[in-house]
Design a protein around this ligand. Structure first.
Ligand code: NAD
Length: 294
């Protein structure tokens, strides 16, 4: 089967490579030529625009930074909508505003084009391993039609509701990850300043109630002082902006998320926007004048 894939960045590249490994033929597109060239060397076919991708395929995956990029690629000039026929499916796996997912899907529906919003969790390592968690919004019948394709890149693929539900689920995910990293940071900075080795604290608590996927993923990196992304602070700020807009739109105050958002803003101003979101600990380290290391 021939699929389109648009957006070959940190996530899109390994995801599309896994699709090639599973035997799918791919038509790819990105504004960065080096990314396209790399995929062509792996067996994909290049297209110059999203419109050209859509003209050659019936199912198109997008993995782009944020809402404006998705709107541009799907609905803009030389966009998917200009090349796609009725019955085409767009699977948008970017993390964007659920309100924009609904808006884009409505526009596509006018041309008989279906859409799923299917953002992912797991980051680059799980994208490489084909073990992402995919949270999907859309019609059950379209979900069933695309399930095997999404499963080729994922450990789990769950339909959470109608269009937009995938991105609402992703926003919930991003709230919990952000607050978990902040909690871990407060705890490890306290331990270090109180004179107890963070490594021993981590080993002592990771099997108890305070243990978490976030703790296991981030504490070792922090203690090794490794802050390469991973998931950039700037991208998490983007997600928390979408969280706050959506929350305020439906009438939900989020005091803890707002506090973590401001910490991330401070780190961005401090020149750490392109570092991993585990850098949140450096906000606390600066206040407490201590470094968490092995
Ligand atoms: P990225 O910036 O590395 O990749 C985005 C790609 O889209 C780039 O290659 C860029 O050139 C391309 N692009 C942008 N505009 C385009 C256009 N108009 N036409 C064609 N290509 C275009 O970002 P990423 O880290 O791969 O993240 C992609 C999405 O996945 C984001 O929404 C992000 O929030 C989400 N996400 C990322 C991670 C992570 O750990 N990096 C984890 C989960 C979800």
């Amino acid at each position: 089967m021939k699929l389109g894939f648009i957006g070959l960045g940190i996530m899109g590249k390994p995801m599309s490579k896994n699709l090639l490994k599973q035997g799918y033929n791919l038509v790819v597109c990105d504004v960065v030529q080096a990314a396209v060239d790399e995929m062509v060397s792996c067996g994909a076919v290049a297209a110059a625009t999203p419109k050209e991708v859509a003209a050659q395929t019936d199912i198109i995956i997008t993995m782009l930074p944020n809402s404006p990029h998705v709107k541009q690629v799907v609905l803009g000039q030389d966009g998917i909508i200009e090349g796609a026929k009725a019955g085409t499916v767009v699977i948008d796996m970017s993390s964007i505003s659920p309100l924009v997912s609904r808006e884009v899907a409505e526009k596509l529906a006018e041309s008989g084009i279906e859409m799923l919003d299917a953002p992912v969790s797991g980051g680059e390592p799980k994208a490489i391993d084909g073990a992402l968690s995919v949270m999907v919004g859309g019609k059950k019948q379209v979900f069933d039609q695309c399930f095997e394709i999404m499963k080729s890149m994922a450990g789990s693929v769950v339909l959470t509701g109608d269009i937009g539900a995938g991105n609402v689920t992703k926003l919930a995910n991003q709230i919990m990850v952000a607050i978990n990293i902040a909690g871990m940071s407060e705890a490890l900075v306290l331990a270090a300043k109180a004179g107890v080795q963070p490594e021993l604290v981590y080993q002592a608590i990771r099997g108890g109630l305070a243990g978490s996927t976030v703790l296991d993923a981030k504490a070792p990196l922090v203690m090794d002082r490794k802050f390469d992304p991973g998931f950039r602070i700037n991208l998490h700020i983007k997600d928390l902006n979408n969280v706050m807009d959506t929350a305020h739109g439906v009438g939900v105050p989020l005091p803890m998320t707002a506090a973590v958002m401001e910490m991330m803003q401070a780190l961005k101003v401090d020149g750490m926007g392109d570092d991993d979101h585990g850098s949140l600990i450096r906000f606390y380290e600066k206040m407490a004048q201590i470094e968490v290391k092995r």
